[in-house]
Design a protein around this ligand. Structure first.
Ligand SMILES: Cc1ncc(COP(=O)(O)O)c(C=O)c1O
Length: 371
C-alpha cells in the first residue's frame, strides 16, 4: 500500500535527541533557542515562540486574541474544513464559533462570506491554509480594512499554518504577513520535532506575552529565589523542551527536501490530471507557493474512487471531516452551501516525499482510469 503519510525523520535526529537525553538538561534551554532562531530565519519573522504542539499554539493564539474574557457573546469567525484542533481551541477560550463557508475552488474560507459575517462581536478570525495552499492574505487584509472603517476595530487574524510549512504568499513565507501564525511540528508534518509547534508573532508585545503565557506566565530568566517575579497574567504549560527542539533542528534540511519533492510530485499530478472528466483540481494562483502537505482532488463518486484506489494499493482519505456537524458544536449550526457542495467530493492522494516516480505514475494512471 502506498501510504498517505510518512514520518520525515533525518538520519541525524536519533543522535541529536540522544545527546540531549544524556546531557543532564532536557527542559527548555539552548536547543529550543537554537530551534527558534532557525525557524525565525526560515519564516522571515524574528518573533518565533515554540510550543509543545500546534494545538497548544492555537489555544495560546486564541488566548492572546481574546485576553481571556470568556463568556458573553464574543465570536470567532472560522473554517469548518480543518482538523478539530483549530476550532476546539476557540471553545476552550470561552469564545463562540461562527462558521464561515468554504470556497470550493481553494478549500479555504470564502472571503466574501467572511466579510459579510464580521460584526462588532467578532473577536478574532481563524483561517487555515488548507493542504498548504495560502489564503489570499491581501484580500483578507482589504476585508479587514473595510471592517475597521465600518466598526472601528480590527479583529485579530490567526493563521493556522499546520499544513503550510514552506508555503509563500507574494514571495514571502507564511508566518511573516502581520498576523498571529501557528505551525505544527507533529509526527507527519513536513517538519517534525516528534511533536511540537510554534507561533510567529506580528509584534514584540504579542511575542512577549506568548513567551510568558506558554510557561505559567512566569518570567523564566528571572532570579526566582532572590527576586521572585510576579505573575500578572496566568499561563499554561505549553513550552517546548530541548529533546523535541533537537529533533526539529536535525530535521530542518530533511523538511526542505521533503517540501521540494512534494512540490515536484504535485506538479506531475497537475500536468497528468488536468482536464480529466469527473475530476477537479484545486485552485493554483501565481502569487503563492503551495506546500502540498496533501494533494486534494474533488471527485464526483468518492466512494467508488476510494474503492478503486484501495484495490490498486493506494491509500487515500479526505483527511479532515467537516467540524460543524459534530454534536458538541450543534448550537453554532449555519447554512454553508459551498461546504455542502464540496465536502463530499474531497479526497487526498499520496504526494509525499516517499512517493517514487513509478508510484506517482501508477497513482496518476489509476486516477485517470477511473473516469
Ligand atoms: C489544520 C491543523 N491545525 C492544527 C493541528 C494540530 O497540530 P498538532 O497535532 O501539532 O497539535 C493539525 C494537526 O494535524 C492540523 O492539521
Amino acid at each position: 500500500m502506498i501510504p498517505l503519510f510518512k514520518v520525515a525523520m533525518s538520519a541525524e535526529a536519533p543522535a541529536a535527541a540522544a545527546e540531549v537525553l544524556g546531557s543532564g538538561s532536557i527542559g527548555q534551554g539552548a536547543k529550543v533557542e537554537a530551534f527558534e532562531r532557525a525557524l525565525a530565519e526560515r519564516i522571515g519573522n524574528p518573533r518565533v515562540a515554540t510550543v509543545n504542539s500546534g494545538t497548544s499554539g492555537l489555544h495560546l493564539a486564541l488566548r492572546l486574541a481574546s485576553g481571556h474574557r470568556p463568556g458573553g457573546d464574543a465570536e470567532v469567525l472560522t473554517t469548518p474544513l480543518t482538523m478539530e484542533a483549530t476550532n476546539w481551541a476557540i471553545l476552550a477560550n470561552g469564545l463562540r464559533i461562527k462558521w464561515v463557508d468554504i470556497d470550493p475552488a481553494t478549500l479555504n474560507v470564502d472571503l466574501d462570506d467572511l466579510a459579510r459575517k464580521i460584526t462588532p462581536r467578532t473577536r478574532a478570525i481563524v483561517v487555515v491554509h488548507f493542504a498548504g495552499y495560502p489564503v489570499d492574505l491581501a484580500r483578507l487584509d482589504a476585508v479587514l480594512d473595510r471592517a475597521e472603517a465600518l466598526h472601528g476595530f480590527r479583529p485579530q487574524v490567526i493563521e493556522d499554518c499546520a499544513h503550510a510549512w514552506g508555503a509563500t504568499f507574494r514571495g514571502a513565507p507564511i508566518g511573516s504577513h502581520g498576523n498571529v501564525s501557528v505551525f505544527s511540528f507533529q509526527a507527519i508534518k513536513h517538519l517534525t520535532a516528534g511533536d511540537g509547534g510554534a507561533l510567529a508573532l506580528p509584534t514584540d508585545e504579542l511575542y512577549r506575552r506568548a513567551t510568558l503565557l506558554r510557561w505559567f506566565g512566569i518570567e523564566r530568566t528571572a532570579d526566582r529565589l532572590r527576586n521572585p517575579p510576579d505573575v500578572a497574567e496566568w499561563g499554561y504549560k505549553f513550552h517546548m523542551n530541548d529533546i523535541n527542539a533537537a529533533i526539529g533542528l536535525a530535521n530542518l534540511d530533511t523538511a526542505q527536501r521533503a517540501l521540494e519533492r512534494q512540490r515536484a510530485n504535485a506538479a506531475y499530478y497537475d500536468a497528468e490530471l488536468a482536464g480529466v472528466p469527473g475530476l477537479e483540481l484545486t485552485e493554483r494562483a501565481g502569487d503563492r507557493e503551495h506546500s502540498f502537505w496533501v494533494y486534494p482532488l474533488k471527485v464526483d463518486d468518492r466512494a467508488g474512487f476510494m474503492k478503486r484506489m484501495d484495490e490498486a494499493g493506494i491509500m487515500v482519505s479526505n483527511v479532515h471531516e467537516r467540524n460543524d456537524l459534530h454534536s458538541c458544536v450543534r448550537e453554532y449550526a449555519a447554512d454553508l452551501p459551498g461546504l455542502d457542495r464540496v465536502a463530499p467530493r474531497v479526497v487526498c492522494v499520496p504526494v509525499g516525499w516517499w512517493v517514487t516516480d513509478e508510484q506517482r505514475a501508477h497513482i496518476a494512471a489509476t486516477v485517470r482510469q477511473g473516469w
